[in-house]
Design a protein around this ligand. Structure first.
Ligand SMILES: [Zn+2]
Length: 43
């Protein structure tokens, strides 16, 4: 049997292509970057 911890470890994580940080899944967002990198892009 697979423990819940192992299950979540196997889930693919969305990673920011800019800084490599894990990005929280946002259902309404189509963007890949994390909030920090997005903030940098928005002037
Ligand atoms: Zn980033």
């Amino acid at each position: 049997m697979m423990s819940p911890v192992e299950f979540f470890k196997k889930l693919p994580k969305k990673v920011c292509p800019e800084c490599g940080q894990h990005v929280e899944e946002q259902a309404e967002s189509y963007l890949m970057e994390c909030e920090r990198c997005l903030a940098k892009k928005v002037e």
